[in-house]
Design a binder for this molecule. Sequence first.
Ligand code: NAD
Ligand code: DAU
Length: 351
Amino acid sequence: MKNILVTGGAGFIGSHVVRLLVNKYPEYHIVNMDVLTYAGNLANLKDVEDNDNYTFVKCDICDFDNVKKVFIDYEIDSVIHLAAESHVDRSIKDPFSFAQTNIMGTLSLLQAAKQYWDFNWEDKLFYHVSTDEVYGSLGEEGLFTEKTSYDPHSPYSASKASSDHFVRAFQDTYDLPTVISNCSNNYGSYQFPEKLIPLFINNIVNKKPLPVYGKGENVRDWLFVDDHAKAIDLIFHKGKQGDTYNIGGFNEWKNIDLIKVMIATVDRLLEREVGESNDLITYVKDRAGHDLRYAIDSTKLKNELGWEPSLQFEEGIEKTVKWYLENIEWMDNVTSGNYKSYYDEMYEVKG
Ligand code: NAD
Ligand code: DAU
């Protein structure tokens, strides 16, 4: 029996990780700790919420006393830590909350794990889920490997880099068993529509402007979220203690090219005229400190643990667009209220 604490399980990637673990390992108890920020949504986990091996606990990872209580109450023996403030644009507006959650929250979890496990490290693991953004920005050539030096540029990536350093410091100083993975951009169902793909799908459906930052020439390396969840499962069970694994799909897209694929897919599925929504493309002021290119080399994960993405991008994007078209209610719920005013303020686009 394993009692696994998953933090941030009500968010985009966390909900896919929780679903995978709850369904695949009935002998494990999955405890989902989430404070339910604007990005956390229990509707993302409707299909597993009644499972016997699943428990939701509303708790702020920065609240050390409560975090420790959760370790004690549920006899936690491993952690998969995903809770974070995750959106770069928000970090530019409000860096404090990113430092608080991503750095202090991670430290609070590490300290709680260390104290509760009390140096009895057998069968314990603290798995920290991080991002490729800690490596900074690439030029036209090259890929991020696990040996690439850290060079974060946004308050978001600086806070994630700092959290990675704390995890390694706990491994080196106290022997706390840890593992870290750094993944590229994810896409798929249940992603909050502040991120490029769900935001643009929703805007195309509703014939709203598509705010392309700068010239749309920045490059991202896209991975289907279920493939990330499978990689996390594999690294959690088979990864080497103290090690780092990069996760990515070898799937680079210039933003503007990806946006054209989304337009073509939505228009086709809605039986609109081909390219009808191209006019929605609206070039806006660039993101401050906008990293030019991310691209992950995940060869180590393939060679050592045998992981490869299972889905080709064409299939993944088709599935994703269909999911958002079929789940209008989910989208309407998350785009109402506070989020709507954030959107208006960020893009000064009144739709
Ligand atoms: P998300 O914003 O969709 O979800 C974050 C979750 O964390 C939400 O459920 C939120 O309620 C919860 N949370 C935030 N602050 C909290 C706090 N103080 N206490 C408890 N819960 C809190 O994020 P995501 O895109 O699913 O990313 C999950 C993790 O994966 C993050 O650590 C992120 O850095 C990392 N990551 C994301 C991507 C990506 O493309 N989205 C890629 C690589 C790595
Ligand atoms: O690389 C992993 C990271 O990917 C994760 O760590 C982050 O949590 C996640 O948010 C994501 O960061 P990005 O900044 O790359 O993702 P985002 O979807 O915000 O933007 C993708 C690209 O699209 C980026 O070059 C900025 C651009 N963009 C984004 C938005 C929201 C636009 O042109 N217009 C937009 O409105």
